[in-house]
Design a protein around this ligand. Structure first.
Ligand code: SF4
Length: 205
């Protein structure tokens, strides 16, 4: 897979775009992905497993019973769904699947398809949501939750100084790549290229 730095053959990416929490997840997967997505200007291709995941999301949205307790909140806690947040200070935006708030604790939940421990992309995305909540509400989540509805796993990701540093680093990485309209040199781990949905474009650069 080519790893050299090349300027965009597809025009100039809009460097003033907000970075999204999804960009952070993409950058945690491979630093080249956020810019490649902008070059093709399209959302991720939906694989059968992603469609299945979307269907599960829809089902999950319909499940109103016992949602707060599932995440260790009192039944009286507020559950807001599909919460769009945008922070001019961070230059970050995102849509949170569930935002739980009991007046004392506030926690974003990302509903995910799949199984196993939260991977780096899952972690980056939910921490991006935590940073958005903190920046836009002035309240600090102590954690974000990745909920694997398929397997019933509720995975808690602490939001602490190390988490803030990770979000800051990924934001800087994505913003730098977009501002320069230049693909970072990076070596993705393992066999990520094989599962990457922008690999054709990546290979063409
Ligand atoms: S194909 Fe590989 S190097 Fe290219 S963007 Fe995807 S993961 Fe990164």
């Amino acid at each position: 897979m080519p790893q050299s730095e090349r300027a965009s053959p597809f025009g100039t990416a809009r460097a003033d775009d907000y970075v999204t929490a999804r960009d952070l997840a993409d950058a945690a997967y491979c630093a080249r992905v956020p810019l490649l997505r902008r070059w093709v200007r399209r959302p991720p291709q939906r694989t059968p497993s992603m469609w299945h995941g979307l269907a599960r999301h829809a089902e999950a949205r319909m499940e109103d019973r016992r949602v707060p307790e599932r995440y260790g909140f009192r039944p009286s806690a507020t559950v807001r769904r599909e919460v769009r947040l945008r922070s001019p200070d961070l230059g970050l935006s995102g849509q949170i699947d569930l935002l739980l708030d009991d007046g004392r604790r506030i926690v974003p939940v990302d509903l995910k398809f799949g199984e196993g421990a939260a991977d780096p992309a899952d972690i980056a995305q939910v921490l991006g949501y935590c940073a958005l909540v903190e920046a836009t509400t002035g309240r600090t989540p102590t954690e974000g939750i990745v909920d694997r509805r398929e397997t019933g796993q509720v995975l808690r990701v602490p939001y602490d100084d190390a988490a803030r540093a990770l979000v800051r680093d990924l934001l800087a990485l994505v913003r730098g790549s977009l501002a320069e309209d230049r693909l970072p040199t990076t070596a993705p781990q393992g066999n990520r290229c094989a599962a990457c949905d922008v690999r054709r474009l990546c290979q063409a650069t």
